[in-house]
Design a protein around this ligand. Structure first.
Ligand SMILES: *Cc1c(COP(=O)(O)O)cnc(C)c1O
Length: 423
């Protein structure tokens, strides 16, 4: 199946670049995308990102701009803000952060001074770079103290979190992560943060769509600030939001602009508004629950094939596979899967004896395949493909990988992806 290049102006003006976009469309159509932070946005979200709104400069906030000509932009941003407040049930929303990392940096700027202590989950345990990890600006300019998970269960050790919080007295506590397959206990974090008078930032970048769709508990009653990207399970454009109680609204807004950023990306703001309208629809609740049901079904099928899963399974959209017992390093498996048309990323597992650039695990997730309409009935086949690919990787069997690639493309042809051209 060959997709038409869907951008006539671009194909005339810059055929070289247009060909690359077309090739990427083809790749996203034909491969099973299991990276848990990726998704397919709707055609409407995609269209909003490619509008003339991108031509505008509008530093400031609606009604308080430093530029004239904001008649439409103010309304666009207000729509996005009001929809965010309604979808997440928050008192305040700032939709201007350029992405998740700058959103988190704005939280530091709002609630801490350089050198202050912050408490976050260690990167190799499933946390994010921006939660105070050493190589990140957040770990260089602040004193990052890190909690992990229990050996064995791989669940967050709240005794450790409480002990560290009492001893280190962090200004900010971050919860949430990038490789956490289990429900985040926001209430437990909130209790600890209140006890030590820290600001609790719930970073729901990965699970925002599940929270919006009622498939993961909401941090709203427990967190002072909620940080999220808009492009992962929320299925919006690449962007981010900071949400908070009304009492923190000023501090959050000042930190984003003028503290950290200049003009907001208005085309992105528009697409966030569109995504939030979609997230408010009943069908998005179905989507969020289907993402989790698919992840659980996939985990079950992998367990049945003898795979070790970090924490033994999943409560959300992602599954972390520890390949140690299969004798295949994560990177080797990920590269073989890619050749089989199954796109994943290699990932550290808690207490990984291997190096971060060559770790023991792979991380997979169901947001994208669920957006294509695959259901739990297909998850045993997905597990079979993964298993056959890992086995082929161990044997260096390139022919087997090519066969799987064909099977994947054939099945996916029956599940057209949102936002991609169809022929
Ligand atoms: C993805 C992610 C981020 C960063 O988002 P970017 O848009 O990649 O900067 C921050 N925190 C968590 C938990 C994430 O998963």
């Amino acid at each position: 199946m060959s997709l038409p290049i869907s951008h006539p102006a671009l194909s005339v003006a810059d055929p070289e670049l247009a060909a690359l976009v077309g090739a990427e469309e083809q790749l996203q159509a034909d491969t099973l995308r299991l990276i848990p932070s990726e998704n397919y946005v709707s055609a409407a979200v995609l269209e909003a990102t490619g509008t003339v709104l991108q031509n505008k400069y509008s530093e400031g906030y609606a009604g308080r701009r430093y530029y004239e000509g904001q008649q439409n932009i103010d309304q666009v941003e207000t729509l996005a803000v009001e929809r965010a407040k309604a979808v997440f049930g928050v008192e305040h929303a700032n939709v201007q952060p350029y992405s998740g990392s700058p959103a988190n940096l704005a939280a530091y700027l709002a609630f801490a001074e350089p050198g202050d202590t912050v408490l976050g989950m260690a990167l190799p345990m499933g946390g994010h770079l921006t939660h105070g990890w050493g190589v990140s600006a957040t770990g260089r300019w602040f004193r990052g103290v890190q909690y992990g998970v229990r050996p064995g269960s791989a669940l967050i050790d709240f005794d450790e979190v409480r002990d560290l919080a009492r001893k280190e007295r962090p200004k900010i506590i971050f919860c949430g992560g990038t490789a956490v397959p289990r429900t985040i206990d926001f209430a437990a974090f909130g209790e600890i943060a209140r006890e030590v008078d820290a600001v609790l930032v719930a970073d729901i970048a990965h699970i925002a769509g599940l929270v919006a769709g009622g498939a993961h508990p909401s941090p709203v009653p427990h967190a002072d600030v909620i940080s999220t990207t808009t492009h992962k399970t929320l299925r919006g454009p690449r962007g981010a939001m900071l949400m908070s109680r009304a009492s923190h609204a000023k501090a959050v807004d000042k930190a984003v602009f003028p503290g950290l950023q200049g003009g907001p990306h208005n085309h992105t703001t528009a697409a966030i508004a569109v995504a939030l309208r979609e997230a408010a629809a009943p069908s998005f609740r179905d989507y969020a629950h289907a993402v989790v049901a698919n992840a659980k079904a996939l985990a079950e099928a992998l367990l049945a094939r003898g795979y070790d899963l970090v924490s033994g399974g999943t409560d959300n959209h992602l599954v972390l596979i520890d390949l140690t017992s299969k004798d295949v390093p994560g990177k080797v498996a990920a590269k073989a899967l890619d050749r089989a048309g199954i796109v994943v990323n290699y990932n550290t597992v808690p207490f990984d004896p291997r190096k971060p650039f060559d770790p023991s695990g792979i991380r997979i997730g169901t947001p994208s395949l669920t957006s294509r309409g695959l259901g739990t009935d297909r998850m045993p086949l997905v597990a079979e493909w993964i298993d056959r690919s890992v086995t082929a990787a161990a044997k260096g069997d390139e022919d087997a990988l090519a066969v799987i690639r064909g099977e994947v493309a054939e099945l996916l042809a029956g599940y057209p992806a949102p936002g991609l051209p169809t022929d």
